[in-house]
Write a protein that binds this ligand. Structure first.
Ligand SMILES: NC(=O)c1ccc[n+]([C@@H]2O[C@H](COP(=O)([O-])OP(=O)(O)OC[C@H]3O[C@@H](n4cnc5c(N)ncnc54)[C@H](O)[C@@H]3O)[C@@H](O)[C@H]2O)c1
Length: 327
């Protein structure tokens, strides 16, 4: 097969099978930046995930590169200007993880509003004073969603029926048809919305505009004792301001699936080179970017991305493949 594709991160085998049906797949997982720079000119396409950074220098060196397949959503780790200039198509698989992330947000909303994590942590250190962990019913709380794209809308559909009120802010929203039946009230001013919310969940991409969107000013606009859920990107939150918001009680607790910087997810089980002040913070429930990491979502994402790569590299009108038995 003439088409050569370099795999830079692990994807579900169902996607690997599809890629192998039309191309030679070379395993480049673990390549250093220097090795990748030396090898990249041989490949027609790359398969990456959020942990791989594809910068301008790499794209300019990759003379044969036609497609970058990004298993998942978000392209802040790819130099999109360089890719566009070179005519390199970036193939995302944005829909496959919507339900997984939406379920994660639902789960965190319940976990933190019921103070289950604090009660669990307290009990583990022999503190059984249950009155200390008096939570709230989600059905009495107002939830605000920042960003109403695929995931924001998916979250609205799951959370809408379970909370007291659902509010949303997205000045650039393209398609809100999926919100029908979710009872969501749209706000045109973010700070006004934040003043009504008990729980705020972030679903914006990381851009120059959204970097540190959640800073001291946003936290000051929030209700005292709010819950923050961030499955977007760590950089959307100004993390030192979050520390202060914990200290002054503005934020009661936060579920953070991503930090700035994120750890190296492939390091050994006893990682010693990464430390982040929020991972061990008592008001933080941290998870290492697993919101979209269910096996169901990983499979769906890999199959969708591999089929799209096949369409761009080989056969534009072919029906989609799914070569592995369903899990
Ligand atoms: N934690 C995970 O596992 C995980 C998985 C998938 C996606 N994500 C993150 O979630 C983000 C959202 O994913 P998506 O698929 O819904 O993307 P999307 O592009 O469908 O939606 C993003 C929405 O954000 C809105 N937006 C942009 N700037 C805004 C601003 N300043 N204020 C309010 N809204 C704004 C856009 O109009 C758009 O509707 C991704 O960019 C990615 O960073 C995380």
């Amino acid at each position: 097969m003439n088409t050569k594709i370099l795999l830079l991160d692990t994807i579900d085998e169902a996607g690997v099978d599809i890629i192998r049906s039309f191309a030679t797949l070379v395993d480049g997982r673990g390549y250093s930046y220097a090795t990748l720079m030396g090898e990249i000119e041989k490949y027609d396409a790359l398969v990456i995930k959020s942990g791989n950074r594809i910068d301008r220098a790499l794209i300019e060196r990759a003379v044969k590169l036609k497609v970058i397949g990004r298993a998942g959503a978000g392209f802040d780790n790819i130099d999109m200007d360089a890719a566009t200039e070179r005519g390199v198509k970036v193939v995302l698989s944005p829909d496959g993880n919507v339900n997984a992330v939406a379920e994660y947000v639902l789960c965190m909303s319940l976990l933190l509003s019921h103070k289950l994590e604090q009660a669990h942590a307290g009990s583990r250190s022999n503190d059984f004073r249950r009155h200390t962990w008096q939570g709230r019913n989600l059905d009495q709380l107002t939830v605000g969603l920042v960003g109403l794209g695929k995931i924001g809308v998916g979250v609205a559909r799951k959370l809408g029926p379970m909370c007291r009120k659902l509010l949303g802010f997205d000045p650039y929203a393209k398609d809100l048809a999926g919100l029908r039946g979710s009872r969501l009230t749209l706000f045109s001013d973010l700070d006004t919305m934040l003043g009504h919310c008990d729980i705020v969940s972030l679903h914006v991409p990381l851009t120059a505009e959204t970097r540190h969107l959640f800073n001291r000013d946003r936290f000051n606009a929030m209700k005292h004792g709010s819950i923050l859920i961030n499955t977007a990107r760590g950089g959307v939150v100004e993390q030192n301001d979050l520390l202060k918001a914990f200290a002054d009680g503005r934020i009661a607790s936060a579920a953070l699936d991503t930090l700035d910087p994120d750890p190296n997810y492939s390091a050994s089980g006893m990682e010693t080179t990464y430390s982040h002040f929020l991972v061990h913070h008592p008001r933080v429930f941290y998870t290492p970017h697993i919101a979209a990491g269910t096996s169901d979502a990983l499979r769906e994402v890999a199959v969708s991305m591999a089929n799209d790569m096949r369409k761009h590299l080989v056969v534009s009108h072919a029906p989609d493949l799914d070569l592995s038995p369903a899990i």
